[in-house]
Design a protein around this ligand. Structure first.
Ligand code: BES
Ligand code: MN
Ligand code: ZN
Length: 488
């Protein structure tokens, strides 16, 4: 991870420097001193109109003289409109422009100083790379930048604020790493082993194996797993940062390490993306990391179901009927609607065992949510308006944005089955909603929300603070949500 330092602002003798400038682009303080050292090169760039100071715009001066290798101007937009999100974007675009420098100084003078931790946060999020399997360096994609010194007046406050943000960035990186791993490496057992690493952060971790899940009666989850050679696991993670006996917030994640569709097999084109079908579980592990390292003063339970959805002579067939942990029976009409089967047993277990004050599941559940909301927002489904509002607000403030979708009895009755209590699919219309209605039948009136992250877990194009690939969606939202529960 990019190393961050906050230090007293000063002009370096050599190397690379980034200047954060609001859109009035007046040069004061060290920026003015730098311009003078460069014989007006910064003012001339501003006068050229190439750099407006709009939020997120940049201009780079290469070998500008004065001993410096490069100077990057980064726009902050209107001073009055400066927010954490704008500061993060500035940090991210600065890292893009400084990618080929081993280290650099970012001068955060004036209004930017207050937002220095957010600048660092955006910079770190942008610096993410998943490089494990390249044996040759891709020079174009490579990030040489290893250290970023952020210069400001009175850096102590920024230094004190940084560990909390660093914990969240750690969590986002954990999630991105898990989602990026191929399914031959990240099997259910390997995923469970990585979740066990949370013990080092003070999280208690229990792993349920097949025998334990059979004994409990996790018939819905085990039905999905039975076609794979890989043994399924369920993992329970507990962070007790709140008062003893306080009802926890429960976070539940779909962890299908590969989704072939099973006997209802998917088309070949794009099937490789189904290695990301564990992004909900990865978001829960990332959030637990952020919550524990950030010492969140609240009780949180995380639970993930890890299975591989494969085809074999032992695989579940369309038409099979399974008995879920809740006792309700399910007709499996389509083996590709497996996520809801995995979540059904986890949701019932979580509400029954932990009596949570709120229960939130995350899942790459339906292609239909990508049709509805694209890659910009996750679908939010909730049985509780207060919880829905908290999630939408946490999403807006952190950038993990969601959009609430409707639910209701008219949708619920579409999953009634002729042979069992319910069926796991209900045709194409409203496919994300009927999936959510299915989950709701396993929540037993606990305040519950479901985030369908099928469109937001993976990005084929990068954005500032989020290189293309695994996004880490959900970690920031969940960390914020849980912290807000600590306050009220
Ligand atoms: N994992 C998929 C959903 C998915 C689609 C995730 C695209 C990421 C990107 C899920 O298990 C699935 O296959 N859903 C089916 C449900 C259908 C059979 C009712 C779908 O969306 O087609
Ligand atoms: Mn599927
Ligand atoms: Zn799936």
């Amino acid at each position: 991870m990019l190393e961050i330092q906050f230090s007293q602002a000063r002009l370096p003798e050599d190397g690379a420097v980034a200047l954060l400038l609001a859109d009035d682009t007046t040069l004061t303080g060290l920026a003015a001193a730098l311009d003078e050292r460069l014989a007006g090169a910064v003012s001339r760039t501003l006068a050229s109109g190439d750099f407006t100071g709009a939020a997120g715009c940049t201009a780079t001066l290469l070998s500008p003289g004065g001993g410096l290798s490069r100077v990057v101007l980064v726009g902050l937009g209107k001073e009055a409109a400066l927010t954490a999100a704008v500061a993060e974007k500035a940090g991210a675009v600065a890292v893009r422009a400084l990618a080929k420098c081993a280290d650099a100084v970012v001068l955060a003078e004036g209004p930017a100083a207050l937002w220095a931790p957010s600048v660092a946060f955006g910079a770190v999020l942008e610096s993410y790379r998943f490089d494990l399997y390249h044996t040759r360096q891709d020079e174009a994609a490579r990030l040489r930048l290893a250290r970023l010194a952020i210069g400001l007046d009175a850096p102590e406050a920024a230094r004190a604020a940084w560990p909390a943000l660093k914990a969240v960035a750690d969590g986002v990186f954990v999630t991105r790493d898990l989602v990026s791993e191929p399914a031959n490496i990240l099997t259910p057992a390997e995923f469970a082993a990585r979740a066990e690493a949370l013990r080092a952060d003070g999280v208690s971790v229990d792993v349920l194996d097949v025998a334990a899940m059979q004994a409990l009666g996790f018939g819905a989850l085990l039905g999905v797993a039975q076609g794979s050679e890989a043994e399924p696991k369920a993992v329970i993670m507990r962070w007790n940062g709140g008062a003893e006996g306080d009802a926890p917030v429960a976070l539940i994640g779909k962890g299908v390490t590969f989704d072939s569709g099973g006997i209802s097999i998917k088309p070949a084109g794009g099937m490789e993306e189904m290695k990301t079908d564990m992004a909900g579980a990865a978001a829960v592990v990332g959030a637990m990391t952020a919550i524990a390292r950030g010492q969140a003063p609240v009780n949180v339970v995380g639970m993930i179901g890890l299975v591989e959805n494969m085809l074999s002579g032992a695989a579940q067939r369309p038409g099979d009927v399974v008995r879920s942990y809740s006792g309700q029976t399910i007709e499996v009409q389509n083996t590709d609607a497996e996520g809801r089967l995995v979540l059904a047993d986890l949701l019932w277990y979580a509400q029954d065992t932990f009596r949570p004050r709120a229960m939130i599941d995350l899942a790459t559940l339906t292609g239909a949510i990508v049709v509805s909301l694209g890659h910009e927002r996750a679908g939010l489904f909730a049985s509780d308006d207060d919880l829905a509002t908290r999630i939408a607000t946490a999403g807006d403030t952190t950038g993990d944005q969601v959009w609430r979708m409707p639910m209701g009895d008219a949708y619920d009755k579409l999953i009634d089955s002729d042979i069992a209590d319910m069926k796991n699919v209900a045709g194409r219309p409203g496919g994300s909603i009927t999936a959510a209605q299915f989950l709701k039948r396993f929540t037993n009136d606990v305040a519950w929300a479901h985030l369908d992250i099928a469109g937001t877990a993976w990005a084929s194009k990068g954005r500032p603070g989020c290189p293309k690939g695994a996004t880490g969606f959900g970690v920031r939202l969940l960390d914020r949500l849980v912290r807000d529960y600590a306050r009220v």
